[in-house]
Design a protein around this ligand. Sequence first.
Ligand SMILES: [Zn+2]
Length: 351
Amino acid sequence: MKKGIRFEKHVQKSTFHNPMLGNELDTQEITIRRDPLTGYQSAFNPSLEDKVAVFFGPSDQALIDRLAQESEARCFLCGDNWKLATPTYPKELIPEGRIQVGESVLFPNLFPVAHVHAVIRVGDKHYIRLGDFEAGMIQEAFQASREFVQALSEGEPDVRYISINGNYLHPAGASIPHPHFQIAGADLPFTYMEGLFGHSRRYLEEHGSCYWSDLVEVEKELGERYIGETGPACWLASFSPQGTNEVLGILPDRKDFLELKEEDLGGLARGLSCVLKGYDSMGISTFNFAVYSGPLGEKDESLRCYIRIISRQNVYENYRTDDYFLQKLLRNELILTPPEILATTMREVLE
Ligand SMILES: [Zn+2]
């Protein structure tokens, strides 16, 4: 076992008279897991396992289809609408104003939340099921992203902190169904990334190796959460997830986006496509993801490019949020499907 990585579990007991068991005294065990790098906690109570449907009702496909149909006519990403309706970058940064790769188009967000905030149209279809996110359309969006990051590194070198992100459908934060990704970047790292960099650097100092490549090695050896590979990208279910059904795809040889080659983008795209197929097979209709990078051009030995994918609440009427005081204010996550079971499901769809 690699020296620096510990998979810590801590068991808590909760005792009460349970009316569902004739008011007998009932003791439930809650297992708290800690992330080996950050220490972030997640909680698993096996008695919640068969109550998943209470927390996550089934997706209402008829409702999704109706919302998609209603919004299609005014969609600025459909057809050629983007040519008229979307903003453009100054030509000193992007000569054509927007970056187009196949059906993907990258342009500035009208209401940026960071110095750099680009939107990328992903494919020409207004709504698709999670199982229909083909690797090719994702790869085109990643290619447009890489071209943009390359242009930024030359035109706006202050922007060293970058991530590629996605929200799909409204419970996940998307304002329109049409698949789109977003690039956020600035001269300051985002809060989560700042923490991540600090923890990763400390790990390198203490253990003399990179946490992210160590994690791939250790998980591969253990096998229970390891899913497999798509080219250079290695996939696993997080030991202590920070979102529902969290899957990581790590590029153990790439420190920042400027190092990404075609096979890296292809591997990430294929893996993301497979994970979404896996979610689809679980009845899930929404997701978020972020691809993280070390500071551009710094070749920081403690960091690696990786993607974190989570599912969100399903689309149905009056769904309850999956992000309440526990996650939002106490920053603990709830595990409903144990990572080891999730890995088994994902192994079946990873090609
Ligand atoms: Zn559309």
